[in-house]
Design a protein around this ligand. Sequence first.
Ligand SMILES: [Zn+2]
Length: 133
Amino acid sequence: MSVIGVIEWSLRKKNQLPETFKFCSWACMPKESRETIYYEIKGGTPHTIKSGKNKGRDSWKGCQDITTFFVPVHEAKEMAVEYEVETGNCYVCQGEGKTVSGMNFVSGEVRYRECSECGGTCKPKELFQGATQ
Ligand SMILES: [Zn+2]
């Protein structure tokens, strides 16, 4: 997981997005810049692909309600604080205590390592707890 998961969590809550709404893409913006100024996140209500090799997967093709959200980096940080206060989980691993360190697209194998933010405790750092007072 990453900060994107936290942004999705926050957008879902703030906009009261239904369960059927799913996020389909995100990007660090602006594209030409080395530094991220804001995140562009898109989502909508997907339909399930009924045939072919991607059968059973979600598809947003032809989706009528694609919504684009723009989230400045400083807002994403506020969301992270809010997430930690509300859920009591570390925002980086989102309570899993581990983060993805590698992925093999051929075998589908995913490797994990201990979350560097919380050291696997899943609890927020004091830094964030203090930031809200
Ligand atoms: Zn963590």
